[in-house]
Design a protein around this ligand. Structure first.
Ligand code: NAD
Length: 315
């Protein structure tokens, strides 16, 4: 049994990670300031191997007991959150990552940072390999998130090279599943909320921009595989099946049996036009590839979350 520290453990991905680590027999210390996460995501966990600590990792923090793995997920993640919290986002990516790397160093723990496909910005190569350096506007509205994560990757690599910390960098592509927040502004929760209420489904631009959507159980499996590997360089984890936003909207309408129409709205600033991971490294290094196809994942999301949660009435 390993002891795993999960920052951001009360969030969407963090809470699924806590569930899976406990299922695999590990002990979990979950730290979160509940800025964008919720106790609702972890209230079902009632085992002595799980402990929740409410704290803000922008301030220095310590864990006295030995820790074997540090999963560093704390950060606002959806555009609605990081546009509302620009300085917090920069601080959690910088100070928060610095404090968490220091903690991993002290405990000689394996450290994994949840980075993002957003480090590639609006990419000029397609699909994106880890060797691509990205195309980011540092002073655009999304810059606070993209640059926080780019800085966090640089800090992680510096701690590895200069301090010998055993680090991993995971570049996560769009992920979905139960416990997404209905109003977090990302495409799948927004479309599902609208579809379940038979409201118009709002697609940005003409809907031809593409994304790749990974079901949460696949993502968490890839995350744990990467943490348990010896890899130090970035690894993309995401589903390479690419869909236009219009295709996604139609899939959501089908799965929910909705009567919604699809309407088009202005494209947000610096919105990437296409996004698809090259997962060759994940396949070769980790033996990982996603198993859940889009429609199956949408159906599982509907079944596992329930209609009330997806329309935002559960909390
Ligand atoms: P989320 O907002 O649901 O979870 C983030 C958690 O971090 C929340 O519980 C929040 O309260 C916590 N947090 C934020 N600031 C904190 C602070 N200063 N101190 C302590 N806790 C803090 O988001 P998510 O979708 O679960 O994303 C988790 C991680 O994965 C993030 O780092 C995000 O950048 C990364 N990621 C997610 C996706 C995705 O599709 N969900 C894609 C790429 C990267």
């Amino acid at each position: 049994m390993a002891t795993c520290l999960v920052t951001g453990g009360a969030g969407f991905l963090g809470s699924h990670l806590c569930d899976e680590l406990l299922r695999r027999g590990h002990r979990v210390i979950c730290v979160d300031n509940l800025e964008t996460g919720s106790l609702h995501n972890i209230e079902h966990i009632r085992v002595p191997e799980f402990e929740f600590r409410q704290l803000d990792i922008i301030e220095p923090y310590f864990v006295d007991e030995p820790v074997d793995f540090v999963y560093h997920l704390a950060s606002p993640a959806s555009p609605i959150d990081y546009l509302r919290l620009p300085l917090h986002t920069l601080k959690v990516g910088s100070h928060g990552t610095h404090h968490t790397l220091g903690l991993a160093k002290k405990h000689r723990a394996r450290f994994l940072i949840a980075s993002t496909s957003e480090v590639y910005g609006d990419p000029q190569v397609h699909p994106q390999q880890e060797s691509y350096w990205g195309h980011v506007n540092p002073i655009g509205p999304r810059g606070v998130y993209d640059e926080a994560k780019r800085y966090a990757e640089a800090l992680t690599m510096a701690y590895h090279k200069q301090q010998g910390v055993d680090t991993a960098i995971m570049r996560i592509f769009n992920t979905y599943g139960a416990r997404m927040r209905a109003h977090d502004g990302r495409a799948i929760p927004t479309f599902m909320r609208q579809a379940l209420q038979d409201l118009p489904i709002t697609v940005f631009g003409d809907g031809s921009q593409t994304r790749s959507f990974c079901f949460v159980s696949d993502l968490i499996d890839g995350m744990i595989r990467l943490a348990e590997s010896g890899e130090h360089f970035p690894v993309n984890i995401g589903n390479p099946d690419e869909f236009t936003l219009l295709e996604l909207a139609h899939a959501v309408v089908d799965v929910t049996g909705s009567a919604s129409d699809i309407v088009f709205e202005a494209l947000p600033t610096d919105d990437p036009k296409q996004r698809r991971p090259d997962i060759t490294r994940a396949k070769e290094l980790l033996g990982w590839e996603p198993k859940v196809a889009l429609r199956e994942g949408l159906q599982r999301t509907l079944d596992q979350a329930g209609r009330d949660a997806l329309v935002g009435h559960a909390r």
